[in-house]
Ligand binder design. Sequence first.
Ligand code: C2E
Ligand code: MG
Ligand code: MG
Ligand code: MG
Length: 289
Amino acid sequence: AAKGGGRGQYRFYSSDLEEGAKLRRLLEEDLRDALDRDELSMYYQPIVKSDTYNVAAFESLIRWEHPERGFVSPEEFIAVAEDLGIINQIGEWALRKACMQAVEWPVDLRVAINVSATQFVQDGFVDQVKSALQASKLKPERLELEITESVFIGDAAQTQKTFLELKELGVRLALDDFGTGYSSLSYLQHAPFDKIKIDQSFVRGATDPDNNNAAIMSAIVGLADALGMETVCEGVETKDELKLVTARGATHIQGYLFSRPIPHEEAIESLSKGDLKYEPRGPERSRSE
Ligand code: C2E
Ligand code: MG
Ligand code: MG
Ligand code: MG
């Protein structure tokens, strides 16, 4: 469209790019200071069992509250942190913070923490995990690390060694955004995952009979089942989607239908009240976004 659109449109496109580059430079400068300025925090989103809707875990999701821009999405700034070479610092902060906060919960729920592939493959990652467990006194079996398929792009032997060392520590491993990344199943031959998270792009539109998502979902659940792994369906927003993913056999569900990510204080508050069972509260049909 930029090519065929004539001069004016090209200029518009180009200034759009410039705008994007400028914004990114600003974010880069500010992100370096975000930790020191205490602008990062953790939100938590429940993962519920699909048979009882009881909460099984909370996933920690990092938030950056920029003084002028408000909340900047991790979708945006994690990639920036990777490029700047500060993902390790931010990732270690996230790991420690979530472990420390999880021990404050009045119920011994599991905490699922996202780990960037760049952080995961670095020397010393296992030591980071050990030290976060020691500092927080969190029981290792309460910690679940969520990694994506992109860790398999790196040195296979090294990655396998890291997996085994983490299992040795007693922490759990989940494969996040399954089906969207590096698309080879051979890595499932040896990787000791406890859980597969089916990416929300498969849930989206799965209730529409004209696409293959429901069939793909069944196949992933069957695969995980055969390998002795749990399955989480991400991004469930409507009751129709809930019905569908439950029928397809997912063991766990996560999505706005049950709860959006909430601040740590709110998570504590709801756990203190004994709110362990969630209700599907979203809209019947249309998606909220
Ligand atoms: P993710 O790990 O796949 O997390 C799920 C994302 O989907 C979260 O976005 C969550 O808020 C959102 N989500 C949950 N339920 C629904 C739903 O029903 N509908 C829709 N539309 N979205 C839903 P968020 O919090 O913006 O995080 C985005 C991504 O950023 C995460 O994807 C993860 O890859 C990354 N991330 C978040 N926190 C961290 C962190 O502490 N460390 C690292 N390395 N990455 C993180
Ligand atoms: Mg995740
Ligand atoms: Mg995901
Ligand atoms: Mg994701």
